[in-house]
Design a protein around this ligand. Structure first.
Ligand SMILES: *[C@@H]1O[C@H](CO)[C@@H](O)[C@H](O)[C@H]1NC(C)=O
Ligand SMILES: [Cu+2]
Ligand SMILES: [Zn+2]
Length: 196
């Protein structure tokens, strides 16, 4: 009994932390720790930046046992249309999206679409922004993870001003970065912890 009380307190505390970290963006029901709370969750928060881009990205292992990672994206303040969206190799220093470095590419492949036979681990393709400048979508990556050699924690997510040509551009840059244009939003991916 003596042991149980601090344990219950710890559980309640970590559950409330999970709710706190979910504030502003994704709905609470999406982010709350329900059922299996051992699942690691990483988030990346773009605070209303100088381009007006704002939102939250959440990464967690897919619940279907596929080994994929689900990437929940909720952003606003972008221009309508397709925008390149990637995990880059380095964390963000200050608010300088150039500090993100290149695409996260631990397997040394060419740039491509999220589900192409060859692509960078960090390649998430394009996200489509609606006429209000918003996007709310879930991407499924079969390469990036929250542990091991393809771990994206401590790296960054960059949303670009232009469309990713997905390696089909026919020039050298296409196979490096998809000619996605300027970096209009970025954030560092941080682990939110788990109960294990
Ligand atoms: C777009 O996002 C903004 C900021 O989150 C929100 O205020 C607005 O209601 C959204 N618009 C639509 C149509 O979802
Ligand atoms: Cu990028
Ligand atoms: Zn790439």
């Amino acid at each position: 009994m003596k042991l149980l009380i601090p344990f219950v307190f710890l559980l309640a505390f970590s559950a409330s932390m999970r709710v706190l970290t979910s504030q502003g963006g994704l709905s609470d029901t999406d982010s709350q720790c329900t059922g299996d709370c051992a699942t690691p969750v990483a988030t990346c928060r773009i605070l209303q930046n100088e381009n007006g881009v704002d939102g939250l990205i959440r990464i967690e292992p897919a619940s279907d046992g596929s080994g994929n990672s689900d990437v929940y994206v909720e952003l606003s303040g972008l221009t309508p249309g397709e925008h390149g969206f990637h995990v880059h190799e380095s964390p963000i220093t200050g608010s300088d999206c150039e500090s993100a470095g290149g695409h996260f590419n631990p397997t040394n492949e060419d740039h491509g679409d999220i589900d192409a036979s060859e692509h960078h681990v960090g390649d998430l393709g394009n996200i489509e922004i609606d006429e209000n400048g918003n996007v709310s979508t879930v991407l499924s990556s079969d390469t990036l993870t929250l542990s091991g050699p393809t771990n994206v924690v401590g790296r960054s997510i960059v949303v670009h001003g232009g469309q990713d040509d997905l390696g089909e551009g026919g020039d050298e840059q296409s196979l490096a970065n998809g000619n996605s244009g300027p970096r209009v939003g970025c954030c560092t991916i941080t682990l939110q912890g788990s109960n294990i």
